[in-house]
Design a protein around this ligand. Sequence first.
Ligand SMILES: [Zn+2]
Length: 262
Amino acid sequence: MRAPRPVARHRARGPFAVRGPIRDLRGPALAGVLTIAAAGIAAVTGSPPAPANTATATASVATPAPLRTHVNLRESVDSARAESAASRANVRAAAVPSVTPAQAPPPRPAPIVGSFLPVEGCDATVPTVEPPNGQLALDELCTIGDRHLLRADAAATYLAMNAAFAAEFGVPLAITDSYRDVGTQSRLYSQKPGLAARPGTSNHGWGVAVDLFGGVDSYGSAEHAWLTDHGSEYGWVNPEWALAGGSRPEPWHWEFDPSLLG
Ligand SMILES: [Zn+2]
C-alpha cells in the first residue's frame, strides 16, 4: 500500500535556515570571500581594504547551529559517517533495488525543524539534494534510540513527542520499525507483499515513518488516543489510509508531515 503524497513545502527554519547568496560558505571559505570582496572594493575606491573581521562577518550571516560532537552514537554509525560523504554516490549506485517500482515514489517531505531542538549528539543534516527513497546516507539520519534511525528533522520532532508521551504514560513510545533502506524494504516486500509497501514508495524509505506498539497499535487505546490528539503538535500523524476506516488500517504506522507544523 502506498502512503499518501506528503505536501512538499520548503520552510527550513531554525538551525537549518541559511539565506542569501553566500549561504553555503562558512568559516574560512566565507572569510576568503569577504577578503576578496574587500580587496575588490579597495581597488575601485583607491582606499586600502579594511581587515576582514571574520567573527563579525560570520555572525552577521544566519548562523547555523554549532556542530555537535558524536557522543551517544554507535561506533559503527560514527565510522560509517566518516567515510559516507565520499562514498555516498557509490553506495547509492550499489543499492539500486532489484524490484522496480511500478509507480513514481511520493515526493519527499521538505525539511523542517522549527523550534525543535536538534537530536543530542547527532550532527546530521536534512539532505539538501533529494536522495532516492531508501538510500539516505548515515550523515542524514539520527538515532532515536535502540538502533532506530530517522531523517534528522523527523528524529528531532519524534524525540520531543516521545518525551511528552513518556511524561503522560510513564514509559516511552515503543518502536518496532523506523527508517528502512531499500534493501530492507525489498526483503520485507518479497516476504510479506501484503504488509510491506512496494520498494521506493514507503515513507519509511524517506526516514519519516515509524511503527509503534505498546498500546499505540490498537485503535481506541489510551496511547493511540493521546497520539491522535497530540501527535500533530509534533508533525506526526496516523495517516488517513491507516485509520480504522482507511484503505489499509495500520494503527501502529505514524508519519512525520512537516506541513503540520506550519
Ligand atoms: Zn509503517
